[in-house]
Design a protein around this ligand. Sequence first.
Ligand SMILES: Cc1cc2nc3c(=O)[nH]c(=O)nc-3n(C[C@H](O)[C@H](O)[C@H](O)COP(=O)(O)OP(=O)(O)OC[C@H]3O[C@@H](n4cnc5c(N)ncnc54)[C@H](O)[C@@H]3O)c2cc1C
Length: 300
Amino acid sequence: MRGAKAMIAGAAASNEIFVLPGSGYREQDSDFAVAFVVPRDAPGLTLVECRRPSDCRELEAGFDSPVETGTTQSYLLFDNVFIPAKRVFMAGEYRYTGNIIKYFTANYRACIGGCVTGQGDVMVGAGVLMARANGLSAKTFKDKFVQMSVNNETTFGMGIGAIAMGYAHPSGVWFANDLMAHVNKVHVATLPYETKRLLQEISGGLVETGCFPSAEDFNHEEYGAFVQACLQAGNVSAKSRARAARLAEWLTIGAGVPGCMHGGGSPDGAKLVVRANTPLDEYAALARELAGIQEEIAEP
Ligand SMILES: Cc1cc2nc3c(=O)[nH]c(=O)nc-3n(C[C@H](O)[C@H](O)[C@H](O)COP(=O)(O)OP(=O)(O)OC[C@H]3O[C@@H](n4cnc5c(N)ncnc54)[C@H](O)[C@@H]3O)c2cc1C
């Protein structure tokens, strides 16, 4: 196997890597119509970890690295990797690539609604911490927290709904409802950004990039105490406020952002599926009947 797969989440932490076609292919693409599973440390397979630009907080010390994590995407470089036949599920059958994408994206785009909800719940919590650390009651922002919760539960509910409205494939595998799963992906590419904006608004300028001293300066033997005095607010220590601010920054504009927009495919791609599953004429017929319209109203 020769070639590459880009932006693959969690590959470095995996034992086995499933490789599938990236889209529905035509005959001239049949060389790319491959599906197989390969051990992560197979000879000839190189994982190149993705890195954010130089302000990689994950590599910084103290509260500047709010969460013990790192960017999880990597590029997979296949240089003549041998895949034994028993691990190959597709080799040139391009006609079936569309089905693989249909089945994979349905379940993926239903489930992604759950993971961004988890991120969203943490954002609500970080907003409460920042409000209080700034010396304000969380009640001050109750409407914003309600909207953040509405955003979170929308993608969660859509995900569960898509799976509940799914169907059993003859193979016995359960697949989520296409239309609802792809509607969810459109929401996932929109609502978490609104939730991030609200967390930024609640937290104050501290959480905008470049508006907070580093942990090194915070603890500087000469002027650290002065910096801390500037950052102490309400009845919360400067250190706790610093940690809460770094978490809110990480969740809104840091490494805690990825995955919403293009992870699992672009929103415009999902809209193609929504369009294909929105029977305009059928709905027009329903409306015509309800309105009691006798004549045919066709496309001009
Ligand atoms: C955090 C993260 C994790 C990821 N994890 C994985 C993973 O684990 N496995 C995996 O396989 N992939 C993964 N991906 C890759 C993801 O599937 C792709 O980013 C996604 O499919 C979009 O492809 P692209 O980035 O090449 O953007 P492009 O396809 O280049 O799209 C860029 C823009 O152009 C638009 N566009 C593209 N083609 C057309 C067209 N023909 N007509 C009109 N508009 C078009 C798109 O809608 C989009 O708005 C991940 C991506 C991210 C961000």
